[in-house]
Design a protein around this ligand. Sequence first.
Ligand SMILES: [Zn+2]
Length: 424
Amino acid sequence: MKLQPGTTLITNGQLIDGTGAPPVPDAAVVVTDGIITHAGPAREAPPCPGARNLDARGGTILPGLVEAHIHLTYFNVTELQDLDIKYPVEYVTLQSAVNARTALECGYTSARSGGCLHNIDVWMNKAIEEDMIPGPRLSTSGREICGAGGLMDWNPDYRKIGMEGIVFIVNGPDEARSAVRKLVKDGIEWVKTYPTGDAASPDINDHHTLCMTFDEMHAVVATAHNHGLKVTGHCRATEGIKNALRAGYDCIEHGTFMDDECLDLLLKRNVPMCPGLGFELWSVERGRDFGLSQRVIDGHQETLEGGAESCRRVLKAGGTMGLGGDYGFGWTPHGTYAQELTFFVNYVGFSVLDTIRCATLGGARIMGRADELGSLEKGKLADILVVDGDVMKDISILEDRGNLLAVMQGGVVKAGSLVQPASL
Ligand SMILES: [Zn+2]
C-alpha cells in the first residue's frame, strides 16, 4: 500500500493515542513519508516547513480503528442458508469489495477476518495492498472448519449440497489436518474453527454444546503452526474455550462463558480475545423483525449477559481484547461497525479510553502487527482518524461517518470530508 510522500502536520485537536494514555489537548501529529514522526503536545512538535496542514477543527485525532472480526463476504444475512447458497462467488466477491470500501470510509483502516467464503479474503488483501481497491489492511482468513453435525453443517444431506465454499466439515483429526492443508495452499493467515455451537441453533448446537473434539482442534493447531498459520475459533461454551486454549489457539472469538480456569489459561499465554458481543444485543433488540424465534432470542440474551461479564473480567485481569464482530447480518449491516464501541461504553461499562485501546491497539495485537499499527506513536504507520467532535464526551459520534474529517492510511487521506478527489 502506497505511503504519502512529504510531510503532513495535523493540528488543532486533542490526541487519543490508542495506548490507553489520557488525551493530550492541543496536540500535533507529524507524518513524514507515511510514518508518524511526532504525536504529542503541539508545543513539542518539530518545525515543519512546507508541510501539508490538516486542521482537526478542535476535534479528536485517534488511530484508525481495527475491526477485529470482519466478514467481508457476508451481507444481509438473516438465516444461515443466506451465507453459502444464495449467490455465486462472482457476486460475493464484488459485494466484498464494496464492504471493504465501506469499512475504510467508516474509519476502519485495518481488519482481521473472522472467516470468508471461498478464498476471497486472500485476493481482497492483494487488491487492497496493491491499491487496486480501497479497504482496510486485512489479516486474512478462509473457509472455516467445523465438526460434522456441528453448527456450520446445516445443509440437510438430502439436498446433496456440499459445504466446501464456506466450511470444511470434518470427522476426526485426519480430516481436520487435511482441511488445514488445503487452507495452507490457499495462502490464508488465520484458520477459523468452530469449537462450540451458538444461540442461533437452539435445537442441536446451542451455545453450551461442542462442535469439535479436542483431538480435532489439536490436529488443526499442530498442522497450522507447522506452516506458520494462526488458529482461532468460535468459543461460547466453557469447555470449548478450555479445549481451544489447551490446544494452543492463538485467539479466542467471543469467549462467552468463561470460568476462573478459562481466565487463567487465557492469561497464561496472553491469548487475545475478540468478544464480538454487540451482535448479541442487536439480535435481542432487532431479531424479531428478522424472524428470529423466541428461543433463539432467549439464547442471545443469555450469551449477551455471560459475554459482558467475561469481557469485564478479562479487562480487569489485564487481558488483550479487540473489538468488532459479525457485521453483515440483516440486523447488523456493514457500515454500522462503530456501534460496537458505543455498546462497550454504554452496556458493558468500559471507559472510553479502554474501549478505544481495544478497538485500535488491541486489534493490532490480534493481527500480530502492534509494532507498526494500532496506536499513534513515533515510528508507526500513519493510519489516523481525524474526527469532528469530542470522542471522550460522546463516543457515538464515531458511528456517523459524516463526522470523520479524514481517514488516513500511511498518511494518504482516503476518506472523510477533507478527502481530495483522486488522492487514492
Ligand atoms: Zn463471525
